[in-house]
Design a binder for this molecule. Structure first.
Ligand code: NDP
Ligand code: 8X3
Length: 250
């Protein structure tokens, strides 16, 4: 039977690339994000390959999240795979200079939003005793780097939530894992620096991961046989050794 995958943050970057990768493999898709025009364009492109439904909501809004998922049409209600990807960094400041609105955005989207989406979808997985959840963490969830403070905290939380989910959902046979990339060239830095010029140099002088590189690993995880769960993946581009060690051309 064709599986249905629910991807948050599918309007750009890793989420969009995952949608393309899954569509190529024939998975039915529910794609989410706040930018409706992007969702519509992606749906139009992918409908040649698979069935696609789009949901336009902000993961910070608990009620909108619950209602969007509860209102899914019959053909898309049965969700086999949840990819919790929506998220971003907001700002890169030492803690003493941090902006509280940036802090709230990161905790509300990366942590609470992931929980709201999961809460709305997990009950059908426990009822069926099957399903798979992949949370997109980060190398920033494994180590803290200068000025990363609250973004790193949000991704450490994603890792803790992933481990907690894996334990609590173990009796139900639900697979839970995290894919944790290092630097990926997406809209991420444009969002982090609010469109400022700092974003222009983040990926210069080396070849960062592409969104497709991460999407391929996510597809690998969801295409394993029933007895195999990819629990945790840390992936970097070759030039990156950890959060602060990146070999750049001078
Ligand atoms: P992008 O900025 O390209 O994509 C972020 C996605 O999240 C967009 O589709 C955006 O959609 C969605 N999103 C953001 N805020 C909300 C919200 N409040 N409600 C619903 N959707 C939202 O960045 P990436 O693809 O790089 O990021 C995807 C994930 O990967 C994030 O969790 C990020 O932390 C993680 N990551 C990124 C790395 C990188 O270097 N790029 C490295 C490691 C992890 P829209 O704006 O339309 O709502
Ligand atoms: C994104 C990677 O190093 O910019 O999660 O935090 S990093």
């Amino acid at each position: 039977m064709t599986k249905t995958a629910f991807i948050t943050g599918a309007t750009s970057g890793i989420g969009e690339a995952t949608a393309y990768e899954f569509a190529k493999q024939g998975l039915r898709l529910v794609l989410c994000g706040r930018r409706l025009n992007r969702l519509e364009t992606i749906k139009e492109a992918l409908e040649r390959l698979t069935d696609v439904h789009i949901l336009n909501f902000d993961v910070r809004d608990k009620q909108a999240t619950q209602e969007a998922i509860a209102g899914l049409p019959e053909a898309f209600k049965h969700i086999d795979i949840l990819i919790n990807n929506a998220g971003n960094a907001h700002g890169l400041d030492p803690i003493q200079e941090g902006n509280t609105e940036d802090w709230e955005a990161m905790m509300d989207i990366n942590v609470k939003g992931l929980l709201y989406v999961s809460k709305a979808i997990i009950p059908q997985m426990t009822a069926r005793k099957s399903g798979q959840i992949i949370n997109i963490g980060s190398s920033a969830g494994k180590e803290v780097y200068p000025k990363g403070n609250v973004y790193c905290a949000s991704k450490h939380a994603v890792l803790a939530i992933t481990e907690g989910m894996r334990i609590d959902l173990n009796p139900y046979g639900i697979k839970v894992g995290a894919v944790n990339p290092g630097m990926v060239e997406t809209e991420f830095s444009k969002v982090r620096f609010k469109g400022g010029t700092q974003a222009n140099t983040v990926y210069s002088g080396f070849e960062a991961l592409k969104a497709k590189d991460v999407a391929e690993v996510i597809y690998f995880a969801v295409s394993r046989p029933p007895h195999v769960n990819i629990a945790d993946v840390l992936m970097f581009c070759t030039a990156q050794a950890n959060s602060v060690t990146v070999l750049k051309e001078s």
